[in-house]
Structures are given as structure tokens and as C-alpha cells.
Design a binder for this molecule. Structure first.
Ligand code: DGY
Length: 331
């Protein structure tokens, strides 16, 4: 039997690529922009494995064009870009990279929270523009952090890590909304599980850490922003389509909420004429929450291990659809 053939849709850290090359005949897409959908479809036609990014749409039609494909290993913890049900139906394993990006992502959520609450980027631009003339008793006023209430939407690993930072460091009261009860958060952080309306009404900061799926898409719209405090700060480091971007723009423009910090937008990047880009009370980072050297290396190793396990017919270390095990395609 020859070496398995795989397609990697972008250059990822060498520590992962080297592992893949050791075992597989590997083609890597080297352009700085993602391969178009049609290109991926052609490339996977004779591949055993695909290492994809969150920017690649992996749907049923693409999987149908890949009769030998045994595994899709996503270089991300989120996998909303992949039709997992379609992969499972076709006996294809799907892997992701959980755990290793928890702290980096929670750090970014906190970074956005404090920067938006204290109007840091606005102040920086003010300084650069030469408008800073004197110390201003009434200028640049933001929101306090200590002892306030943080609402976590999606109390998984990353939501917990964000809550831990805010509870431990800033003595914040933690509310959370999730379909699951998180005993650890309740015991260690005195977190209280509440319905979404209560969370929106009582929180000073709302931080989103939930999956994107058909139930959560657009869960933050005009109605939800209206239920929040006028002093509230909204943070999204999960996926852009969880918020309705036009409604968010209007809420920020009209003072319905105080500020927002986003690491994700809808679409990504935002369109150049998106009015959100003109507002002073929003900070937008280019989807970089996991972008530290250590985290991206660790993600590359897991993605490589998932890919190799998939093409060799072994259990994936981080397996999104383990239910496929009994009928997966054989190497
Ligand atoms: C993920 O992993 O899902 C992040 O959005 C990027 O690291």
C-alpha cells in the first residue's frame, strides 16, 4: 500500500506540517489567501485526508467529490465550516483542536473587554491625531470593572477560562447561559445559570463563547441588545454570525449599549463600507484570539495527529464525530 495522499489548505506551523509530511504524500496550498471552493473540490478527488481551515467550506457536494477521503482535520476548535452530518453519513472522520487555544482565546476576550470598557483604542487614536491638549476631568470616561457582573453565553472551556479571569482578578459576579449546567463553574466561581433574558438584563459585560449552529445563528439581535444595560459592553470572540451585525451597529450608534469588542465579524473581513467600522465605541480584531506562537503550534500538532490517525484508521485524538467509528472508510 502506498503512502496516503493529503491536501493541506494553507501553510500551518512547520511543527505540524513536518509530522504530516513524514507519513503522507502532502500537497500544501501556499497562497496567502484560501483556495477557492472549486479548487479544494478538485484537490480532494484522489485524497485520503484533508487538513482544512475555518475559512474552507466543506459541504456534502465537496465530500461527494472525494470517494477516498477518510478524514477532515480542521485547524480550529470550531467546525461550523464543515457539514459534520454529511461527513458522518459518508464514513468520514472529522477532527478539531480543542483545549490548546482556551487560554489564548480567553485572554483575547478579556483584552477586548477591558479595552472596550476603558475606550483604549479611541484614546490611542485621539493621541495620534494630536487632539490631546490637556488632562480632561470629563473626557474619555469608561466603565469600572471591579465587582461588576459578567454574563457568559456558552460556559464551555473558553467561557469558563474567561469567567475565571474576571472572577479571580476583578471579583466579578458570574452569570451564565448554557443548555448544560457547569458544576465546576458553579462551585469554583460561584457562577449562576440563568435564562438569556436575565443574563442580558443583569450583566455589565456579556461575553459570547457558544458554538455557531442553526439554533445560535443571529442569537444577538436588536431585541437582545435592547434588553442589555445602556452601560453594557458586548464581547464576541466566538463566531461573527452569532450577532446580527446591523443590529449591533444600530445599538452602538444609538447608545443602546456602551461598547463592543469583537474578534469575529459577519462577514470576515467586514465589508469596507460596513458602518460599524466608523464607530468609535467598537474595537475589532481580525480573528486573532488563538494567534500566539505556542497556541498555533499546539493546534498544528493536534491537527496533524488527527489527520494521520484518520488516514491510518486509528482513533482521532480530538474526534468531533466518534459515532462514525463503526462505519468509517478503511485505509
Ligand atoms: C477556532 O479555533 O475555532 C478559532 O476561531 C480560531 O482559532
Amino acid at each position: 500500500m502506498g503512502r496516503p495522499k493529503v491536501f493541506v489548505t494553507r501553510i500551518i506551523p512547520e511543527i505540524g506540517l513536518a509530522k504530516v509530511r513524514e507519513v503522507c504524500d502532502t500537497e500544501v496550498w501556499t497562497d496567502p489567501l484560501p483556495p477557492p471552493y472549486e479548487v479544494i473540490r478538485q484537490k480532494v478527488a484522489d485524497c485520503d485526508g484533508l487538513l482544512s481551515l475555518l475559512t474552507d467550506r466543506i459541504d456534502a457536494a465537496l465530500l461527494d467529490a472525494a470517494p477516498r477521503l477518510k478524514v477532515v482535520s480542521n485547524y480550529a476548535v470550531g467546525f461550523n465550516n464543515i457539514d459534520v452530518a454529511a461527513a458522518t453519513q459518508r464514513g468520514i472522520c472529522v477532527g478539531n483542536t480543542p483545549g490548546v487555544l482556551t487560554d489564548a482565546t480567553a485572554d483575547m476576550a478579556f483584552c477586548l473587554l477591558i479595552a472596550a470598557a476603558r475606550r483604549l483604542v479611541e484614546g490611542h487614536l485621539y493621541t495620534l491625531s494630536g487632539k490631546w491638549k490637556t488632562w480632561e476631568p470629563l473626557g474619555h470616561l469608561g466603565q469600572d470593572l471591579v465587582g461588576r457582573t459578567l454574563g457568559i453565553v456558552g460556559m464551555g472551556r473558553i467561557g469558563f477560562a474567561m469567567a475565571k479571569r474576571c472572577h479571580g482578578g476583578w471579583g466579578m459576579r458570574i452569570l451564565y447561559h448554557d443548555v448544560y449546567k457547569n458544576e465546576k463553574a458553579e462551585q469554583e466561581l460561584e457562577a449562576r445559570q440563568v435564562d438569556l433574558d436575565t443574563l442580558l438584563r443583569e450583566s455589565d459585560f456579556v461575553s459570547v463563547h457558544t458554538d455557531l449552529n442553526e439554533k445560535t445563528r443571529g442569537m444577538f439581535g436588536a431585541e437582545q441588545f435592547r434588553k442589555m444595560k445602556r452601560t453594557a459592553v458586548f464581547i464576541n470572540t466566538a463566531r461573527g454570525p452569532l450577532h446580527d451585525q446591523k443590529a449591533l451597529y444600530e445599538a452602538l450608534r444609538d447608545g443602546v449599549i456602551f461598547a463592543a469588542g469583537l474578534d469575529v465579524t459577519d462577514p470576515e473581513p467586514p465589508l469596507p463600507d460596513d458602518p460599524l467600522l466608523q464607530l468609535p465605541n467598537v474595537i475589532i480584531a481580525p480573528h486573532i484570539a488563538s494567534a500566539t506562537v505556542g497556541t498555533r503550534n499546539a493546534m498544528a500538532v493536534i491537527a496533524a495527529d488527527n489527520l494521520i490517525a484518520g488516514v491510518q484508521g486509528r482513533d482521532l485524538p480530538a474526534w468531533v464525530n466518534p459515532e462514525v467509528a463503526s462505519r468509517r472508510r478503511k485505509p
